[in-house]
Design a protein around this ligand. Structure first.
Ligand code: MLT
Length: 266
C-alpha cells in the first residue's frame, strides 16, 4: 500500500487485527519492510502490525535524495497520523533503531513500548563519519550492487553466508535494487544523526534490547550498555546471528519479541 506522507509516496504493509495494539516495524539500512515478513506472520491476529519503507528505500519514493533522521521521524509520526494510530509499540533494527530512539525522544506520548534491535544510541565518531562519506562516494560511482556485495559480508555471520544463502541473497537483492542516491542520502543522514545516549535514562516505556550474539557492526557490548542505561529494560542475545538477527535466527528473535509484547499494554 502507498501513503502520501509529507509530500512523498511511502510504501507500507499492514497485517493482523486493526483493533489490536499497533506494532510499527522500522527496517535498517539499506533494507526495506520486506525484512519483517517473518515477524509480521509471527504476530498474527493479536496485534496490528505495520512495516514501512522509509524514504528512498524499498518501494517508497526517492524524494529529493537528501535525508535526515529528523525527517524520517517526521515521516513516522505522519504515518501514525495517516493510519490513525494514537500510540504504537516501536520495533527498530539498526538505523530503524536510530529513528525509533529519536522519535521517542521527540514524541514520548505517541509510543507505549520500544524494541531496539542490533542498534545503538551513540552518534558516529569522526572515523565513522569518514567511512560514511567514502561509502556515499563509492555507491554513487560503483552502484548499489557493488555496495551490496561488501555490505552482506559485514552484517551476516560467516556461517550464515555459507549456510543461509537465500537470506543473504534476499538482502543483496534488496540493496542492489535500491537507488544509489537513496543509499548515499541515508548514509549522510546517519552521519549527521544526534547522539541519544543521555536520553536513555529518561525512557519511561517498557524496552526490549535484542542483539545478535555475533553482531560485529554494533556488538553485544553496545546493547549491554544501552540495557544498563534504560531503566527496567530487558536484554537478550540472539544466538547464531550477527547484525541481521531477525533474519538469521527468526525463531529465537520472534520468541523474545512475542514474550516481550505479551508483557506490554498496547
Ligand atoms: C543498519 O543496519 O541500519 C546500518 O548498518 C547501521 C549503521 O551503519 O550504523
Amino acid at each position: 500500500m502507498q501513503a502520501k506522507i509529507n509530500g512523498t509516496n511511502i510504501h507500507y504493509v499492514e497485517g493482523g487485527n486493526p483493533a489490536a495494539p499497533s506494532v510499527i516495524f522500522i527496517h535498517g539500512f539499506p533494507f526495506s519492510s520486506d525484512i519483517w515478513k517473518s515477524q509480521l506472520k509471527a504476530l498474527g491476529h493479536n496485534y496490528h502490525a505495520v512495516a514501512y519503507d522509509f524514504r528512498g528505500m524499498g518501494e517508497s519514493a526517492l524524494g529529493d535524495g537528501q535525508y535526515t533522521i529528523e525527517e524520517h521521524v517526521d515521516d513516522l509520526i505522519a504515518m501514525l497520523d495517516f493510519l490513525e494510530i494514537d500510540k504504537a509499540i516501536l520495533v527498530g533494527l539498526s538505523m530503524g533503531g536510530y529513528i525509533a530512539l529519536r522519535a521517542l525522544e521527540r514524541y514520548p506520548e505517541r509510543f507505549s513500548a520500544l524494541a531496539l534491535c542490533d542498534t545503538q544510541s551513540k552518534a558516529d565518531d569522526n572515523a565513522g563519519k569518514l567511512k560514511r562519506a567514502a561509502g556515499a562516494k563509492a555507491v554513487k560511482k560503483d552502484g548499489a550492487a557493488a555496495f551490496a556485495a561488501g555490505f552482506v559480508e559485514a552484517v551476516f555471520t560467516p556461517a550464515s553466508i555459507k549456510n543461509k544463502v537465500p537470506a543473504v541473497d534476499f538482502i543483496k537483492d534488496i540493496i542492489s535494487a535500491s537507488d544509489p542516491l537513496a543509499i548515499a542520502g541515508n548514509l549522510i543522514a546517519m552521519a549527521a544523526r544526534t547522539d541519544t545516549t543521555e536520553f536513555l535514562a529518561d525512557i519511561a516505556v517498557p524496552t526490549l534490547v535484542l542483539v545478535g550474539e555475533e553482531d560485529k557492526l554494533i556488538p553485544p557490548a553496545v546493547a549491554r550498555d544501552m540495557h544498563t542505561r534504560i531503566k527496567g529494560s530487558e536484554l537478550h542475545l540472539i544466538p547464531d546471528a550477527a547484525h541481521m538477527s531477525n533474519l538469521e535466527n527468526p525463531d529465537e528473535f520472534n520468541a523474545r519479541l512475542l514474550e516481550f509484547l505479551a508483557t506490554v499494554k498496547g
